[in-house]
Design a protein around this ligand. Structure first.
Ligand SMILES: [Zn+2]
Length: 578
């Protein structure tokens, strides 16, 4: 008798091979048979032609805080993710000195870089660790729905070794003694189970008060002190978020680490309007590096990187209008009702855009890249449907159309501002990025930017948009998308025990009704610690999610099972009885 048998599924096994009809048998958290299974299971699931795929492996999340207070790990867990890797972009909470200023500094950085409410972090974080190994032990003591893995974040490492003042100051150079200590701390972290080392080299990453992240201009000397720890232990990957203002110089620096220490490296890849071909130059360098035997990858998004303009989120386009601010204490539906009063509307619109503050003004422009998201949410709308063009067609000002969209109904409507990957007003560039052999599906930023996006839904979007629905250009094959999201990501991060359906692999699975799958518009929930708000995105179509052999979600609802564990370090490929 098996623990679990899934019968009559269309198995998309994560290797890229063509889907096939099969049963699956699972014992003790491991897949033991794929094919025809005659033996019964203690539990049986009839897939009845639904897709059976490995659980998604999300290598780019920011659950570093949330994992310490929340076992559910929504929204990623509800979107079929069974392994989430955090510590990305070099921000996190370990190692951390015990001083209040030190802790506050890490929170302020996470709030600024990743838009996670500082009050929620301050209330939620238990801080029952100091070193990185302590942090992993603290994570190990808690149970959760999904597996998690942690990378050593550069900003935390700097603050720990150099003190939070100097560590957070990108102009401060570590001393020789500090470099030696960074090396030692990195060795300890990797030996305790860190899956990599992550760093940020982008001026977009700033603390809440606007200060650049300390790692932004880290020198080769500093990166080598840390990188050599990966070389010495033979463990871990490098992850960088970089601006690539000088593509060659920056890529030389980053790839030299991978070359010298023989460890994989990945960099974020996105298209910017001001230099729309820069990502191609980076990808070309990645391809050249790969030809030399370096494991270098670009992490890419499943759609444009956007911001949701809304009344409840971080980006409220009207918050600086005094007459709007006067309504801000009202509940959103009531606020919306008042906003529809013609006189109030006229007053607020007359105040809109009057600010002289550059940052504020920046939010007010870009109507050509704004789209009313709608239900189902449409993330690939043509230029004609932009707020600017719709307004022109109707003979109203763009700001009025934006206003009406947010004031409509219960006031919970959202306008999507597509600011990266949308230069050509379609996702063809994203299609090219996703199709490359040299990219990874990443950048979901699960758990982060909670006031502006819910890109933790990327894996779902891959299915509904790229495999099933896209009409404005090429789609992607189901087997291809599953392979990228599962086996390729798992291999890159060193977890060879998952991402494939085959005997000996971890029984992390999704049973999916692709025809009936539906991605709902994002919505705000106020369920973070201290009542903090975050964007969640509901989904239907995941019939079952199985983690380590246990059903964790059934018809979209969590079952309460918490079989997820902390993954420590690389995991070997299963011996498939050969
Ligand atoms: Zn990130």
């Amino acid at each position: 008798m098996h623990d679990l048998v899934i019968r009559d599924g269309v198995v998309v096994d994560g290797t890229g091979r063509t889907a096939f009809q099969a049963d699956l048998a699972i014992d003790g958290g491991t897949i033991v048979a794929v094919g025809r299974v005659d033996e019964r299971g203690h539990r049986e699931i009839t897939a009845d032609g639904a897709i059976v795929a490995p659980g998604w492996v999300d290598i780019h999340t920011h659950y570093d805080g949330q994992v310490t207070w929340d076992g559910l790990l929504a929204p990623s867990s509800a979107h079929g993710v069974t392994t989430a890797v955090m510590g990305n972009c070099g921000v996190g909470f370990a190692p951390a000195r015990t001083g209040d200023d030190d802790r506050a500094g890490l929170i302020e950085l996470m709030e600024g870089v990743e838009d996670i409410p500082g009050a929620a972090l301050a209330e939620g974080l238990p801080w029952d660790w100091e070193t990185f190994p302590d942090y992993l032990n603290a994570l190990d003591r808690r149970s959760r729905t999904i597996d998690i893995g942690a990378q050593l974040p550069h900003a935390s490492l700097r603050a720990y070794v150099m003190g939070h003042e100097r560590g957070g100051d990108h102009e401060a150079e570590p001393t020789d003694a500090e470099l030696a200590m960074m090396h030692e701390v990195a060795i300890d972290a990797l030996e305790a189970g860190a899956l990599g080392f992550a760093s940020s080299r982008t001026v977009n990453h700033r603390s809440r008060s606007g200060k650049l992240i300390g790692s932004v201009t880290a020198t080769e000397r500093e990166l080598a002190a840390i990188g050599s720890a990966l070389g010495e232990t033979g463990r871990g990957v490098f992850q960088f978020a970089s601006d690539f203002d000088d593509v060659d110089a920056e890529f030389d620096l980053i790839s030299s680490l991978a070359r010298r220490y023989r460890r994989p490296v990945s960099v974020s890849l996105a298209q910017h309007d001001r230099d729309p071909d820069r990502w191609r130059r980076v990808l070309t360098r990645i391809e050249q590096a790969a030809a030399e035997g370096i494991v270098a990858k670009g992490q890419v998004c499943s759609r444009a990187i956007g911001l949701m303009l809304s009344q409840e989120g971080t980006m409220n386009p009207f918050e600086f209008c005094p007459s709007y601010a006067a309504l801000a204490s009202l509940a959103v539906p009531e606020r919306a009702r008042r906003m529809r009063d013609p006189q109030t509307k006229q007053q607020i619109l007359s105040e809109y855009g009057a600010e002289t503050d550059r940052v504020r003004r920046r939010r007010m422009v870009g109507f050509t890249k704004m789209f009313v998201l709608g239900d189902p949410p449409d993330y690939e709308q043509p230029a004609e449907r932009s707020v600017a063009n719709l307004a022109a067609a109707r003979g109203v000002e763009a700001k009025e159309l934006l206003y009406d969209a947010l004031a409509d109904g219960d006031g919970r409507g959202m306008v999507y501002y597509a600011f990266l990957n949308y230069t050509d007003f379609n996702l063809d560039t994203v299609h090219t990025m996703m199709s490359s052999d040299h990219t990874l599906f990443g950048l979901s930023d699960g758990g982060a930017h909670v006031g502006t996006v819910c890109d933790a839904s990327f894996p779902t979007y891959n299915l509904v948009h790229w495999v099933r629905d896209r009409s404005r250009g090429g789609r992607l094959g189901l087997e291809f998308v599953v392979r990228k999201q599962c086996r390729d990501n798992a291999r890159y991060i060193g977890l060879l025990d998952r991402g494939v359906i085959g005997p000996g692999y971890k029984a992390d699975l999704n049973v999916i009704d692709l025809d009936g799958m539906r991605l709902h518009p994002p919505r705000f929930a106020h369920d973070l610690p201290a009542g903090g708000r975050r964007l969640l995105q509901d989904v239907s179509g995941y019939l079952y999610t199985v983690q380590t052999g246990q059903v964790t979600f059934e018809a979209g609802e969590p079952t309460g099972a918490m079989p997820g564990t902390l993954v420590r370090g690389p995991q070997p490929e299963p011996d498939q009885g050969r």
